[in-house]
Design a protein around this ligand. Structure first.
Ligand code: NAG
Ligand code: NAG
Ligand code: NAG
Ligand code: NAG
Ligand code: NAG
Ligand code: NAG
Ligand code: NAG
Length: 487
């Protein structure tokens, strides 16, 4: 009788080993460790997510075709065990997942489409392509010793790896394209593009160096930022002493090759540590989510230490958002479109310290300045200081303050579908979206009616608490990094 469990265990262990082993083996056997001149590859129609083409020496990272939205393709570097995407060729570039698309190496790495021609090229004349053990894609010439002539680390996407130099000519962009990070002359700047045609966008957060060990000296060249294998984000000018150190939770713990930072879709810069099977959060540039520009979404209100609600106190945050309309709009929308006005007492802009303002003698004057301006979506006025902040982008999240002298004035667009100047395409898209939402709404109503007999109030409160959840996590965790830097 004792045989059966042991037999089962053996089978089970074998299956476990089998599944554990096959995945990395599949990745390393199908992917080469270098690509030479003459290499070509086309996407395989049977692959659902990632087709590896090139691997680093230990198999932690892989370059390959990544399937995007079923039919499209990006040339990407991923971290194999977690499938995290670390780099893509050409930030916005998407090719077709079709036999017409080809990656080749003829000295340059080239993505081409048989119909439309070259889509992306490294514009190099190298001899081979390699992937370093920190995920840097390298093109080298092989003469007397190899020479790196091109590296993907010079063209970052949203992620920085250890020892990757982030310089003033580079930009990190969040995966949703809304946020970017760029170095100023003596600071790290974080920008939001809430208006489609604005170039870098609104500066919403700025990190200035501590200058404990060295100072930024004007005229001594640009600064750069590097993620150190010792667990900190350092800022340097041209010396070896950092002008700034932002320590991570894992500061000075051994673990070379285990860290990365990424600009997230909410605009925060997060550091991660690879703990053998998953990435742990190691650092947050912005520690309080209320300091992010849109932590509760458009027309949301962030309550420090509590969570989200809506600027319009008649709307509850149950659905996870306050504004049912699309947020991105061109600047002149508000003059052609009708809008209502919403006022809220006790609000201020996140990071108002770095926002531009003018001094006005009264709330009425501040409001009028915005009312008359087509590109203005709102204004926040402080009765005590006279500061008038005008908001030149669709309203995002404001921060609740227990100060009734701070008043917000916001334009709210009235229902879509009244605008006849839009092209047929948008009308068509609108109708389609409308139809889908109608179906969803009807479905929702039916479900709601089925599930909420006599417990309406309760359901609502549950929902509000549900909305608080993720922010509670962000808000309450005090980071070791901060404790460390305060010591
Ligand atoms: C490689 O191929 C591309 C695209 O076909 C071409 O533009 C480029 O000149 C070639 N480079 C070399 C070094 O042959
Ligand atoms: C980063 O910059 C330093 C100093 O300029 C240089 O020594 C190092 O090789 C660079 N690293 C990478 C990966 O480019
Ligand atoms: C930094 O670079 C500037 C010009 O590029 C040079 O004048 C200066 O001496 C350098 N400083 C150090 C500490 O290397
Ligand atoms: C990566 O490779 C370099 C040499 O190219 C080596 O010094 C380093 O220890 C390696 N790091 C890891 C994490 O394997
Ligand atoms: C890289 O591979 C080594 C050996 O398999 C492993 O110990 C290490 O955790 C991996 N690092 C990352 C970041 O995946
Ligand atoms: C909502 O806000 C308005 C104006 O700020 C106030 O008059 C009203 O009492 C508030 N309603 C609720 C339900 O809190
Ligand atoms: C604003 O300040 C003026 C004068 O200081 C005062 O009379 C008025 O009541 C204040 N209004 C608010 C909303 O606090």
């Amino acid at each position: 009788m004792e045989d059966i469990p042991t037999e089962l265990t053996r089978v089970y262990t074998f299956l476990l080993l089998f599944t554990f082993l096959t995945r990395p083996i599949a990745a390393t056997t199908t992917a080469a460790q270098e690509l030479l001149k003459g290499f070509t590859a086309t996407p395989d129609s049977s692959i659902a997510s990632f087709q590896p083409l090139l691997s680093d020496s230990v198999g932690n990272y892989s370059l390959g075709f990544l399937r995007v939205d079923q039919t499209q393709l990006a040339l990407a570097v991923i971290h194999v065990p977690s499938h995290e995407q670390l780099w893509v060729a050409g930030k916005d570039l998407l090719a077709r997942w079709s036999s017409q698309t080809r990656l080749s190496f003829n000295g340059s790495l080239v993505i081409s489409d048989a119909r439309t021609g070259v889509l992306w090229s490294s514009h190099t004349d190298g001899d081979r392509v390699r992937l370093s053990n920190t995920s840097n894609l390298l093109i080298e010439t092989v003469g007397d010793g190899s020479l790196i002539i091109w590296q993907s680390f010079d063209f970052p996407y949203h992620t920085l790896m250890e020892n990757q130099n982030f310089t003033s000519v580079m930009t990190l962009v969040s995966s949703n394209g809304l946020y970017s990070m760029k170095l100023g002359p003596d600071f790290i700047g974080f920008y939001a593009r809430f208006v489609a045609n604005s170039d870098l966008g609104l500066l919403y957060f700025q990190h200035n160096p501590m200058e404990a060990k060295a100072q930024v000296i004007k005229g001594q060249g640009p600064i750069r930022t590097v993620l150190s294998p010792d667990g900190f984000l350092g800022m340097y000018q041209n010396g070896t002493a950092p002008v700034d150190v932002q320590p991570f939770s894992s500061f000075q713990q051994p673990g070379t090759g285990n860290r990365r930072v990424r600009l997230e879709p909410d605009g925060n810069l997060i550091g991660y540590y690879w703990a053998r099977s998953s990435w742990l959060v190691d650092f947050k540039q912005v520690s309080d989510p209320c300091d992010l520009p849109s932590s509760c979404g458009p027309y949301g209100m962030c309550q420090r230490g509590k969570g989200c609600s809506c600027l319009d106190n008649r709307t509850s945050y149950t659905s996870g958002r306050c504004d049912p309309e699309a947020i991105r709009a061109s600047g002149d929308d508000l003059c052609r479109k009708k809008h209502k006005v919403l006022r809220r007492i006790g609000v201020e802009l996140p990071n108002k310290e770095i926002m531009a303002y003018t001094i006005m003698s009264s709330l009425e004057k501040c409001e009028r300045a915005c009312e008359e301006k087509c590109t203005c979506w709102g204004a926040v006025y402080s009765n005590t200081s006279g500061f008038c902040y005008t908001i030149e982008y669709p309203i995002q999240t404001l921060v609740e303050v227990l100060d009734d002298s701070k008043v917000g004035y916001f334009k709210v667009r009235e229902g879509a579908g009244k605008d006849s100047t839009q092209t047929g395409l948008w009308v068509g898209l609108g109708l389609l979206c409308g139809l889908i939402s109608l179906i969803l709404v009807i479905g929702g109503v039916i479900l709601y009616k089925k599930e909420s007999r006599g417990v309406k109030g309760y359901v609502e409160e549950e929902g509000v608490n549900g909305g608080v959840g993720p922010y509670k996590n962000l808000g309450s965790s005090s980071f070791k990094s901060i404790e460390l830097s305060e010591r």
